[in-house]
Design a protein around this ligand. Structure first.
Ligand code: GDP
Length: 529
């Protein structure tokens, strides 16, 4: 076995940032890249965003609504470690997309605004994290602004998220009185020098005895020391509890002032688990695929189509789980499709590079023409199937209508393509020729309408269909599904993969059908095997 396969996965840290809009995710991302030396000037990430916006108009929605709807990955190196930051969309309508992205992350950073604490979207994204018990590091941001009391913020995280909370640092006030943070483990103090009082670098490390000298207001110093005494009452950091998603360590800083950002990267280096063994099925048997397993294997957690309108390309983002990938390798999906990976892309902050090798914990972009979908497992043998990335039952169903009915075929193709990409879902009723689009949130529908217009040149409208909800139908015996479908042609159909779905008028209908057919399962999530 080559040595690289032993060493390289241990150097990888795969994480995502979750936050309520405006808490500072973009600023933090940018300043992390800056602190790690991956970019040389703040504003680069935004600039890249602008460039991409000019490429694809549908991102106008992002601009108009001031939200980010596209996920991507950014790679940076720090202290001999390779960090893969998976970007998650901030809007709640995209929690499905977020969930899929989080299946590929080993840790999440939850950013809170010190003045606002846990906001509705933080809670929703946290719940998505909890589905997978993903370890969470909390970063309380905007300490340079007037914020809430530290004990209060910690209590709120504890109460609202039902997590054990361990402050790793303790801030000395906030806003104009903000003096810096103490590292509660080492006692070191990071002094915050206001930008107007000093140059670019706003932190200095000070040893314990000189801390008092930093405080020209004695009251604040006493208060700070007292608070640190009280902070000793919090539980000790417990790695296992953190890894199981029950305990969150808390860090403090100001992304905008680049304060505490390097400390956060160091925390990730130390705490974010290296790639672990992943549960999978191989030839029907449950197995754990270790990062050091010889066979190259991974799964697609994101597909981005039409990044370049002239080429109608698609990039599938593959999270590597095992083996030593070499450029040009042939990989197979579980359905037996073979993909020759000649141009795998690594996404460094400023450049895209061809990947010659990749290991567990790497994310590679595989350009393709629609062969790969979200949830696909890829491996050399094609026999490894990772535990699924689910589709969620849509909360909104719409019937797609065209101004020009002659273009129905085009529309079907566009809808299929977007469904395969995971933007929205597509259902085909067994009766009639309707195209029923499903989404978890209404913004998904807006994004889709916009993309169909700009990428396919089709004007599409949506109206309410006679159904309100969809459930995947499962049973141990296929014949039972068929019998149900035959009896309910008007209210059943198939999804984009041909899986049977029940299109119900209400959740009451689902309950009724369940009562009448106890041997069937009406599922709100479909695991993509
Ligand atoms: P996102 O929506 O979570 O990506 O938030 P952004 O990074 O776009 O930040 C939202 C706003 O908060 C912007 O105006 C930022 O300049 C500001 N901001 C972010 N971090 C800080 C911080 O540490 N201090 C202050 N004062 N403002 C911040």
């Amino acid at each position: 076995m080559s040595k690289a396969i032993e060493i390289e996965p241990k150097r990888r840290r795969v994480f995502a940032i979750i936050s309520h809009p405006d808490a500072g995710k973009t600023t933090l991302t940018e300043n992390m890249l800056l602190a790690a030396g991956a970019i040389h000037q703040a504003g680069k990430v935004a600039a890249r965003g602008e460039a991409r916006r000019t490429q694809s108009d549908w991102m106008k929605i992002e601009q108009e609504r001031g939200i980010s709807v596209s996920s991507s990955v950014m790679t940076f190196e720090h202290k001999d470690l390779i960090f893969n930051l998976l970007d998650t969309p901030g809007h709640e309508d995209f929690s499905e997309d977020t969930y899929r992205t989080l299946t590929a992350a080993d840790c999440a950073v939850m950013v809170l605004d010190v003045a606002k604490g846990i906001e509705p979207q933080t809670l929703k994204l946290f719940e998505v994290c909890r589905l997978r018990d993903i370890p969470i590091i909390t970063f309380v941001n905007k300490l340079d602004r007037e914020g809430r009391d530290t004990f209060e913020i910690i209590a709120e995280i504890q109460d609202k998220l039902a997590l054990d909370v361990v402050p790793m640092q303790w801030p000395a006030a906030s806003g104009r009185r903000f003096k810096g943070v103490a590292d509660l483990r080492t006692g070191a103090f990071l002094h915050f020098v206001k930008p107007e009082d000093g140059g670019e670098h706003v932190m200095t490390q000070v040893d314990g005895n000189s801390i008092q000298a930093m405080f020209n207001n004695d009251d604040l110093f006493d208060e700070f020391m007292e608070e640190q005494e009280l902070a000793k009452e919090y539980p000790d950091f417990n790695e296992q509890s953190f890894r199981e998603g029950h305990m969150t360590p808390v860090y403090f800083g100001s992304a905008l002032r680049k304060f505490g950002v390097l400390e956060l990267i160091n925390a990730l280096a130390e705490l974010c688990p290296e790639p672990q063994a992943e549960a999978a099925k191989k030839a029907g048997q449950s197995v754990m695929i270790k990062p050091t397993s010889k066979e190259v294997a991974g799964f697609v957690f994101k597909v981005q189509a039409n990044m370049d309108l002239n080429h109608r390309d698609r990039v599938a983002f593959l999270r590597m789980c095992s083996g030593e990938f070499k450029r040009g390798m042939k990989l197979k999906t579980a359905e037996g499709k073979t993909v020759s990976v000649h141009n795998p892309i690594l996404f460094f902050a400023q450049d895209r590079e061809l990947a010659e090798n990749a290991y567990a914990g790497d994310v590679i972009g595989i350009p393709n023409h629609g062969a790969l979908r979200v949830g696909d497992s890829l491996s050399e043998s094609g026999k490894i199937i990772f535990a699924g990335i689910p589709n969620f039952a849509p909360e909104i169903l719409r019937r797609a209508q065209l101004k020009d009915p002659l273009k129905a075929k085009h529309l079907r193709k566009a809808l299929e393509s977007l469904a395969e990409e995971g933007v929205t879902q597509l259902f085909k009723p067994n009766f009639g020729s309707d195209m029923i689009v499903g989404a978890v949130g209404s913004l998904q529908i807006d994004v889709m309408r916009e993309r169909i217009k700009t990428e396919y040149g089709l004007e599409v409208t949506f109206e309410a269909p006679p159904y309100q909800t969809a459930r995947w139908i499962a049973a141990d015996d296929e014949a039972l599904i068929k019998a149900f479908v035959d009896k309910n042609m008007m209210t059943t159909g198939t999804d984009v993969d041909g899986a049977p779905v029940f299109l119900a008028k209400s959740s009451w209908d689902v309950g009724y059908a369940q009562e009448k057919n106890p041997e069937l399962r009406f599922l709100t999530t479909k695991e993509r095997a």
